[in-house]
Design a protein around this ligand. Structure first.
Ligand SMILES: CC(C)(COP(=O)(O)OP(=O)(O)OC[C@H]1O[C@@H](n2cnc3c(N)ncnc32)[C@H](O)[C@@H]1OP(=O)(O)O)[C@@H](O)C(=O)NCCC(=O)NCCS
Length: 144
């Protein structure tokens, strides 16, 4: 796993490394809602890690949270310039959370291999969602 954030003793973050990629994505929540209705757990387990599913399902309406994580995964694919496919796929990308609810990025499996090849060090990820839409923006920073 890579992508741990660098947290100073005073709780502030030290961000270093050159930007190696940027990605953004916007999702229509109704599209995610339809997939959940149609395919249920099979859809969830194909796209989201167990921790992501647990977090989203802890909300009265999981859909905006699921949609924001879908957007984050698409944004990471864009930031690497590969899109989602053989080089990095849904479950290789996990949106984590710190104690304040701030999102972070963990890369698994092929994501770790791609990260190593690109000399990826860390990420800055931001999510937003309304009832109808969700969006994510991610900056990939190189190793220092
Ligand atoms: C946290 C906050 C910035 C979210 O903004 P918002 O307009 O309410 O909601 P948005 O849809 O734009 O963003 C929601 C996303 O913000 C992100 N977020 C939550 N806390 C965050 C934080 N401390 N820093 C950065 N991003 C945060 C999450 O990814 C969240 O999505 P998720 O719940 O699916 O993980 C806003 O509620 C706020 O400033 N609250 C007051 C301070 C607060 O509550 N701090 C956290 C408690 S310790």
């Amino acid at each position: 796993m890579c992508g741990e954030r660098d947290v100073e003793g005073d709780g502030s973050r030290r961000v270093s490394g050159t930007v190696i990629g940027h990605g953004i994505d916007l999702v229509d929540n109704s599209r995610i809602a339809r997939s959940v209705e149609r395919f249920g757990d099979r859809f969830l387990r194909r796209i989201y890690t167990p921790a992501e599913i647990e977090f989203c399902q802890s909300h009265a309406d999981p859909v905006p949270h699921l949609a924001a994580r879908w957007a984050a995964k698409e944004a990471v694919g864009k930031a690497f310039g590969t899109g989602l496919g053989e080089e990095i796929s849904w479950l290789d990308i996990e949106v984590t959370r710190d104690g304040a609810g701030r999102p972070g990025l963990a890369l698994h499996g092929n994501g770790g291999v791609l990260a190593e090849a690109r000399r990826y060090g860390s990420a800055q990820l931001s999510l937003t969602h309304t009832k109808d839409y969700a969006a994510a923006s991610v900056l990939l920073l190189g190793k220092v």
